[in-house]
Design a protein around this ligand. Structure first.
Ligand SMILES: NC(=O)c1ccc[n+]([C@@H]2O[C@H](COP(=O)([O-])OP(=O)(O)OC[C@H]3O[C@@H](n4cnc5c(N)ncnc54)[C@H](OP(=O)(O)O)[C@@H]3O)[C@@H](O)[C@H]2O)c1
Length: 241
């Protein structure tokens, strides 16, 4: 199952981070930054196997397949993770779906898929990984990726916006439930990286007029994640980057 990169093993004392959807874009920046600050980074992918393998090799990490629509795969994934790496110190819920869904075009399947990947998976994957996190020499941490603009409820992206508003509440709920054993953070990117199918002119216009909200580049998002992790206090709190 493990692909590329250096395996954790005897003599490798790096703390271990798991980054979902870490093969490309913002996830890749987070993987680079966490590797730079000393983590063995395990990144997951669904479609981007080639990019994930290449990145894992560059970052001395490991790439694993994980389809976040399939929660039945999370307990075996966590079991495999324990056997392979022996520890988990940081879980970063980065993967998401951002489909354009104007009202009138929202199907049941797209609604379910957005909530499955963006909202349900972070909760259930956290639950599956919790025993491993709690065994970390610590302090273990979980970071959720929200969206600084989600509360604006963009009309053409209502399921996405609702899923991200829910993720922010989810992060707060887990901070309440898991404190002080696990630190829970929330990073809320701004307009950081245009989605490939989002019109370029519209993106430029939005960036030109937007008030400064949230980290607005992949590197800034990655640094916000790392900076939460570095503030290794035993108490749990929410970071609004
Ligand atoms: N881009 C921005 O400006 C921006 C702004 C605000 C918030 N954010 C948040 O920041 C995070 C990263 O943003 P991004 O734009 O880099 O995200 P993205 O490119 O839209 O998605 C990141 C990764 O999610 C993975 N993914 C999607 N469906 C999956 C599934 N069923 N199972 C497993 N993985 C799945 C994909 O992995 P594969 O490629 O391997 O399939 C994809 O590469 C997201 O949570 C996003 O909501 C981004």
């Amino acid at each position: 199952m493990a692909r590329n990169g250096r395996q954790a093993g005897p003599g490798d004392n790096r703390p271990v981070a798991l980054v979902t959807g870490g093969g490309r874009r913002i996830g890749a920046a987070i993987v680079h930054e966490l590797a730079r600050v000393g983590f063995l980074v395990v990144l997951t992918y669904r479609e981007s196997r080639e990019a994930a393998d290449a990145l894992a090799a560059r970052a001395a990490g490991v790439a694993l397949p994980l389809d976040l629509r399939r929660p039945d795969s999370f307990p075996p994934f966590a079991g495999h993770f324990r056997e392979t790496f022996g520890r988990l110190d940081l879980l970063v819920h980065n993967a998401a779906l951002f489909p354009r869904t104007p009202i009138g075009e929202v199907t049941v399947s797209v609604w379910d898929e957005v909530f499955a990947v963006n909202t349900r998976a972070p909760f259930l994957l956290t639950q599956a990984c919790l025993p491993l996190l709690l065994a970390s020499p610590g302090p273990p941490a979980i970071v959720f990726l929200g969206d600084a603009g989600a509360s604006r409820l963009w009309p053409s992206y209502i399921p996405y916006c609702l899923s991200k508003v829910a993720v922010e509440a989810e992060a707060k709920a887990l901070a309440k439930a898991l404190s002080p054993a696990v630190r829970v953070g929330l990073v809320r990117p701004g307009l950081a990286l245009r989605a490939e199918d989002f019109p370029e002119e519209r993106w430029d216009a939005l960036r030109a007029k937007r008030k400064r909200r949230g980290p607005d580049s992949p590197d800034k998002v990655a640094r916000a994640v790392a900076s939460f992790v570095k503030r290794a206090k035993a108490d749990s709190h929410i970071l609004k980057a």
